[in-house]
Design a protein around this ligand. Structure first.
Ligand SMILES: O=P(O)(O)OC[C@H]1O[C@H](O[C@H]2O[C@H](CO)[C@@H](O)[C@H](O)[C@H]2O)[C@H](O)[C@@H](O)[C@@H]1O
Ligand code: UDP
Length: 554
């Protein structure tokens, strides 16, 4: 039974009229709260930072929901009632408790060492092993069990990201109860193979439960995706959704073609037919909450910090880089391009500085440790080559910055340089634009970041082409005021309009409209025609499942 403190949708926005009084659950690997325990054993709770957290927090201002996620470390059973109470009462959150070995295998082992590299076109870094796959499945079952205990008729569940790609399937099985189809049960049995732990289930069917999934990373081309040994299971995992969302049209297209080529399923531009249901597919580019940055720049302390930094960098063009220290962010590529720029334009030595913030990330994974050494070496070499007694071309920080300091840094920078080799979206570019109303700096953006599809007004570059990036740096530092102002006007308009709140509410509104019964006649007719045509492309491995049209029971 859901306690009455659960937030119910009570939005004044008329487009949420259908959803009034319904319950929305957002499930993400991490809770938006950082929980710490001091030496005396006392727990402390603090809002976290980061892209996903800030996007969902922005959305939370427009629509209330319960957030379910992993608390980030092992909390012993005796303390859980206290933690649960604080989380629910103060933050509308619910923790999913995982044992250390499961959390490690799920997060570092499978999510960040298998799915992450593969989805970012780094198959060489992918280390598949059965044990981590087992932990991934086990963690997804544990999440499903917790989420299920909060579901009532009419609940909408929105699952986030690659850590939880089996959750929609498991959850659908749990809410369908005894009415789950034979093939659905077969798939569930397959992914529960080898899991010894018992999970609390119920055979009661819960009506009218909607499940949505959003992938924050790219979905790679099927030529890359097909490398994954458990490629079929992961696709099945999310196909039990009503709505599946991606940042860009390309990612959605890659997903659809993987469904056709790997599972032999009939697809349409807006969905996949699976188990007699239609899993709708759409693009929902994420954004930020620009007002939080704009307002922050008005604070006296931030203004005074901006003045201080402006004085410190007086007469010097500042290029800012803000990246988690992740191999997808293309930090070595950025450094190579800067080196080339300074080599070809020695007149700029001493007049351009790169302030590069490298936020520590996933430090338990070996590839991240290796990257740190590579970057340290490059920074040392370039500073050694172009530095003087009073000047260093790169200010490198391996840490995270407080929000005020980050805003001040964005505001004083003349250029923001993003060279990701792949990036689902890249919110740093949005944040920089939000903080540039006064300076109207130049955005240089990798064509491999999802943001490049939306941020018209940026200089778009191929980060692998050092000459092109070096030329872009030169163009940026010499760009005239009018061109900068015109570009910034376009960028700022977009960032303001397509905010995190816009992203979240568009997804939820779309999910609430999905019908899984035979009243969706338009969709069914299109499907029937597709089925006659058969799968459009060659099938990779496996068998084409016999198309079955059963009336969906959700
Ligand atoms: O939680 P971590 O392991 O520390 O990683 C931080 C987040 O990294 C990824 O971010 C992605 O989501 C952003 C928002 O949609 C997007 O702009 C960016 O391109 C992606 O890389 C990850 O997907 C999140 O789950 C992590 O929280
Ligand atoms: O010290 C810092 C610097 C940045 N960020 C935030 O990290 C997020 C990075 O999001 P992005 O989409 O660019 O990439 P991700 O790291 O999620 O892959 C942005 O919201 C930044 O404000 C942070 O939490 N701490």
């Amino acid at each position: 039974m859901v306690p009455s403190i659960f937030p119910q949708i009570m939005s004044s926005d008329p487009s949420f009229a259908d959803m009034q009084g319904k319950h929305l659950i957002v499930v993400a690997n991490r809770l938006p709260i950082t929980i710490t325990q001091d030496a005396s054993g006392q727990y402390h709770f603090k809002m976290s930072s980061g892209g996903l957290v800030s996007a969902l927090s922005g959305f939370k201002k427009s629509l209330s929901f319960t957030w379910i996620g992993w608390p980030g470390f092992y909390i012993p059973p005796k303390d859980r009632a206290y933690v649960d109470k604080r989380l629910m009462e103060e933050y509308s959150c619910q923790a999913v408790y995982l044992d250390d070995d499961v959390a490690e295998g799920h997060y570092n082992g499978f999510s960040n060492s298998i799915l992450w590299p593969l989805f970012h076109y780094h198959p060489g870094e992918m280390n598949f092993d059965e044990e981590n796959w087992l932990m991934y499945r086990q963690a997804n079952f544990r999440f499903a069990e917790t989420v299920r205990s909060h579901i009532t008729p009419g609940t909408m569940v929105w699952v986030q990201d690659y850590h939880l790609m089996l959750l929609p399937m498991i959850l659908r099985g749990l809410v369908d109860g005894k009415s789950a189809g034979e093939s659905q049960k077969g798939q569930l049995d397959k992914i529960s193979e080898g899991i010894e732990e018992e999970f609390t289930t119920s055979s009661e069917r819960v009506p009218d439960v909607k499940i949505g999934f959003f992938l924050h990373t790219p979905f790679p081309s099927s030529e890359i995706y097909r490398i994954l040994p458990v490629r079929r299971e992961i696709l099945w995992g999310i196909l039990f959704c009503d709505l599946i969302g991606f940042h860009t049209y390309d990612y959605a297209r890659h997903f659809l073609s993987s469904c056709t080529r790997i599972l032999g399923l009939p697809t349409m531009p807006n969905g996949v037919e699976f188990e007699g249901r239609l899993a709708h597919v759409g693009t929902f580019p994420i954004g930020i909450e620009p007002s939080s940055f704009i307002k922050n720049l008005e604070n006296a302390s931030v203004k005074s910090r901006i003045a201080q930094l402006e004085q410190r960098f007086n007469g010097v063009k500042v290029i800012v880089g803000v990246d988690r220290l992740d191999y997808i962010k293309g930090v070595p590529q950025k450094l190579h391009a800067l080196e080339l720029f300074l080599t070809q334009h020695p007149e700029w030595i001493g007049k351009v500085v790169l302030v590069q913030l490298a936020v520590p990330s996933r430090q338990d994974v070996e590839d991240y440790q290796n990257l740190r050494s590579t970057v340290n070496e490059l920074v040392g070499r370039i500073n050694g080559r172009f530095g003087t007694v009073e000047f260093m071309p790169i200010h490198f920080m391996h840490k995270s910055l407080a929000f005020d300091e980050l805003c001040a840094l964005y505001a004083i920078s003349d250029v923001c340089l993003v060279t990701s080799t792949r990036d689902g979206m890249n919110l740093v570019s949005y944040e920089y634009i939000a903080c540039q109303q006064a300076r109207q700096g130049v955005m240089i953006l990798s064509e491999f970041a999802g943001a490049a599809q939306s941020l018209n007004g940026s200089i778009v570059v191929n980060p692998w082409d050092s000459q092109q990036v070096a030329d872009a740096i030169h163009e940026a530092v010499t760009m005239d005021t009018d061109t900068r102002a015109e570009n910034h006007r376009k960028l700022f308009k977009y960032v303001n309009k397509y905010s995190a709140a816009f992203w979240g509410s568009s997804f939820i509104r779309e999910m609430s409209k999905v019908k899984q019964d035979d009243t969706d006649t338009e969709g069914q007719a299109e499907l029937a025609q597709k089925k006659d045509e058969g799968p459009g492309t060659e099938l990779i491995g496996g068998q084409v499942p016999t198309p079955q049209v059963v009336s969906a029971d959700a």
